[in-house]
Design a protein around this ligand. Structure first.
Ligand SMILES: Cc1ncc(COP(=O)(O)O)c(C=O)c1O
Length: 442
């Protein structure tokens, strides 16, 4: 019988879900229908404690009044304005507000709609920057194994998560990769930054020697690799990358899509680690995940390289229909207000010690082979079931959801990044329930 689509709005067939086991999901759907502060409400009326800030993005928690109001007001006042050759005031206001909290030396903001678009934008700016300065041979891009830089072609080319790359052909030419920094033999169960591995940054010298510095445009890394399962930079590693890139005239891009806006207890990882990149890619926490928006932040040097030639000419042939969308900008300003008024970055910093002890209390539970943490982020790595990678952690995810907590898994790693408004008792609940899940996991 033909399906009456009008009366079957919840037929699950049409929506091809992203990064999801579609067939498994549609057999036993997990639906959220509401959210407030630290909790989601499920379709069957249960409360689920959000251990992941949605997808590492709702740093101020859910349905926060100031952000809701700002969006409603802006939608009624100026819903959309073209971003090319036209402006509207709050796009400039938000850019200034972002620069106010960015590390000193970062001075400009280019708007996108997502982390993936921020990455594409930064890579293009890097290549065009060198060309604008007469170094058009600098076109190579260096990423890192296990890196995640979104899902567009540039991002998966410099990215290093095999599953995200292997189905999609030859990707961008002229890309090379640094080794990842995961050294479980030396660094397992480290609290905060690991001791070992700074020397892995020296691999950049080898890559430079192989290709010639004069062919390399940029190095892009996540200062803390999130999506691959929370890999923290070894002590001294980012400083070395900065020194080597500077020495060879190569731009350094920090992908701060996860680390930006308070996740590590500072506004940005660049500030946290005291290493200044030439560009930073952001998204997620910029609008508390509420309205899609991203931004590339650059130094004056990068920006100013484009500000030449006749003044009536477009300087950078790049942009999106929704770059600086008014409603997204309103959400962004209200989000930054909320972070500031509630001191949420400081709060993440203050809670770090409590969070660290809580998550490391899971050491010794069945299958746990590593625990890592920093700021309000943490990961518990499980031993894989032989021949069935990802299955054990995915089962933990399903069991956790049944117990009323939302966690995230990647491979056999459980990652957590709760909203920065989490209380100590909610940390206890999150970790306590996860402990129960792990105790009963096959
Ligand atoms: C470091 C990093 N870069 C880029 C992205 C892609 O962002 P989006 O999903 O908004 O395109 C992500 C998403 O998790 C990320 O963690």
């Amino acid at each position: 019988m033909a399906l009456d689509r009008k009366t079957a709005p919840n037929d699950l067939n049409a929506f091809w879900m992203p990064f999801t086991a579609n067939r498994q999901f549609k057999k036993a759907p997990r639906m959220f229908v509401g959210a407030k502060d630290m909790h989601y409400t499920t379709a069957d009326g249960r409360q689920v404690l959000d251990g992941t800030a949605g997808l590492w993005c709702c740093n101020a928690g859910h349905c926060r009044p100031k952000i809701v109001e700002a969006i409603q007001k802006q939608a009624a006042e100026l819903d959309y304005a073209p971003a090319f050759q036209m402006g509207h005031p709050i796009a400039f206001e938000l850019a200034n507000r972002v620069i106010d909290i960015a590390p000193k030396g970062i001075e400009h903001v280019f708007y996108t709609n997502s982390g993936s678009e921020s990455v594409e934008t930064a890579l293009k700016i890097a290549i065009a920057y060198h060309r604008a300065r007469g170094e058009g041979a600098r076109t190579r891009l260096i990423g890192r194994e296990r890196g995640y830089h979104g899902v567009n072609f540039g991002g998966i080319s410099v990215g290093g998560i095999v599953g995200n790359r292997k189905m999609f052909g030859t990707l961008l030419a002229g890309v090379d990769h640094l080794p990842h920094t995961h050294l479980p033999q030396q660094n397992a169960f480290t609290k905060g930054q690991p001791e070992h591995g700074a020397n892995l940054a020296d691999e950049l010298e080898r890559i430079v020697a192989l290709h010639g510095a004069e062919t390399i445009a940029a190095v892009i890394v996540e200062p803390m690799a999130g999506s691959t399962g929370v890999l923290l930079p070894p002590k001294g590693y980012l400083e070395k990358l900065r020194a080597i890139t500077r020495k060879h005239g190569i731009l350094l891009i920090f992908d701060e899509v996860i680390t930006g806006f308070g996740r590590l207890g500072s506004a940005f990882a660049a500030e946290h680690f005291d290493v200044l990149p030439d560009m930073m890619t952001t998204a997620k926490g910029l609008t508390n995940g509420v309205i899609p928006m991203g931004a590339v932040l650059t130094t004056a040097e990068v920006h100013d390289a484009f500000m030449q030639g006749p003044e009536h000419m477009i300087e950078l042939f790049h942009g999106y229909t929704y770059s600086g969308n008014p409603i997204a900008c309103a959400a962004g300003i209200a989000t930054l207000d909320t972070y500031k008024e509630e001191g949420l970055f400081e709060r993440a910093h203050e809670l770090e010690g409590y969070w660290q002890e809580a998550i490391h209390s899971l050491r010794g539970l069945p299958h746990v082979i590593d625990i890592r943490n920093m700021g309000l982020i943490g990961a518990v790595e499980l031993e894989s079931i032989p021949g069935e990678p990802t299955k054990r952690a995915f089962q933990a995810f399903l069991d956790a959801y049944d117990k009323g907590i939302l966690i995230r898994t990647t491979g056999d790693i459980i990652a957590m990044s709760p909203p920065l408004i989490i209380s100590k008792s909610e940390i206890d609940t999150l970790i306590g329930k996860l402990g129960d899940v792990l105790k009963n996991l096959k």
